[in-house]
Design a protein around this ligand. Structure first.
Ligand code: SF4
Length: 169
């Protein structure tokens, strides 16, 4: 990222380090099979060793992109938007989701919950990681839980988080 003015805009969520954006079919979870426009935001310090998008980790590798440009692109393809990463909650998601909602879009997020929840979401897929546990009350706000089972004891980890998500079910 080039200069402090741009860094400031990224800090405010007015620009985001955009890794990629694409129109596809949701392949996982409750909305599996639904067409959606994916916005993959760069930046993640959670450090899962099995991560399949390690190229997302370093935000500086991804161009700071004005959110109005992201929203305009998205609007050409779908009214269902999935924001993923990286860890999108590294950044303030309020400006992006406000702009998406102004266009009548459904906003979905895939997050580890490692940072405070920002933005307005119609669907929250919480994917907690042992390296950096979710913060705040995101378990109560999540609509869906996704846990990667790599080791046998990951099943216990998933049950612990499922119990928190379902406390009020
Ligand atoms: S939280 Fe997601 S993007 Fe970050 S390291 Fe883990 S799997 Fe990769």
């Amino acid at each position: 990222m080039a200069n402090t003015a741009i860094l400031d805009l990224v800090d405010k969520g007015v620009m985001l380090p955009l890794m990629e954006e694409f129109y596809t079919i949701q392949g996982e979870g409750y909305h599996k099979g639904a067409a959606a426009y994916f916005i993959r935001v760069g930046g993640c310090d959670v450090g899962c060793h099995w991560c399949d998008v390690k190229e997302s980790w370093d935000a500086e590798r991804h161009p700071p992109t004005p959110i109005h440009r992201i929203v305009e692109n998205a609007d050409k393809y779908s009214k269902t938007i999935v924001v993923t990463g990286g860890e999108p909650l590294t950044w303030d998601m309020k400006p992006l989701t406000t702009a998406l909602k102004e266009r009548g879009m459904q906003t979905h997020i895939e997050t580890s919950g490692a940072y405070p929840l920002t933005g307005t979401w119609d669907w929250i897929c919480l994917s907690p990681k042992k390296n950096k546990l979710p913060v705040g009350d995101i378990h109560q706000k999540a609509h869906e839980l996704k846990v990667i089972a790599y080791y046998t004891h990951d099943f216990q980890f998933s049950e612990e988080h499922a119990a928190q998500v379902c406390e009020e079910c």
